[in-house]
Design a protein around this ligand. Structure first.
Ligand code: ZN
Length: 181
């Protein structure tokens, strides 16, 4: 949101921040590019990391779900074992927070926002991730913006993208340009 209105960009692709390049030599993304932020912070990236750390996973549930390669695994299902002290889950969440901090730091430097909202991550995951992001953010941001930005989780949780799409459509519907058509 900029000035209380949705910021769409020239072609309407402003929301594709997940495809900003973090490492040109990095992981291959679904769009054919390498090193997109998404490949480090998405649920698939979390699952991949869980599998890599499988020998250390002390939680049966985390181990079983990662073996299944289940796409329904949620952040909470990684965080819950972490809250019980599972070292593999804690390492995954630490890396997730660090990678989120890199991208969020870039966004803060570009937009100087008042608020950064974590979408789709349920509250429990956000409780873990936000303190990690805040502690890892400093190397990636200029001092003044970082002092004022507030990082919170979306009130809509897993429905964040859906609610954003609805807001986008409603904004279009009620805009002056639409009514003039
Ligand atoms: Zn990409």
């Amino acid at each position: 949101m900029v000035g209380g209105e949705l910021f769409r960009g020239t072609c309407g692709f402003i929301g594709e921040i997940r495809h900003m390049t973090i490492d040109p030599e990095g992981n291959l993304c679904g769009d054919g590019k390498r090193g997109c932020w998404e490949t480090y912070v998405s649920l698939q990236a979390v699952l991949r990391h869980v599998r890599e750390l499988l020998p250390e996973a002390s939680s049966g549930k985390l181990r079983d779900r990662s073996r299944e390669g289940s796409i329904s695994l949620t952040f909470d299902e990684v965080v819950l074992p972490g809250s019980a002290g599972d070292p593999a889950a804690l390492r995954v969440m630490q890396e997730e927070g660090e990678n989120l901090a890199i991208g969020i730091g870039n966004l803060i430097n570009i937009f100087d926002p008042e608020l950064e909202v974590l979408g789709r991550a349920p509250n429990l995951a956000s409780m873990f991730l936000i303190p990690i992001i805040e502690s890892e953010l400093k190397p990636f941001v200029l001092e003044p913006p970082a002092q004022f930005v507030l990082i919170v989780s979306s009130a809509h949780g897993a429905d964040t993208c859906l609610m954003g799409g609805i807001a986008y459509m409603l904004d279009d519907f009620f805009s002056a340009s639409f009514l003039q058509k």
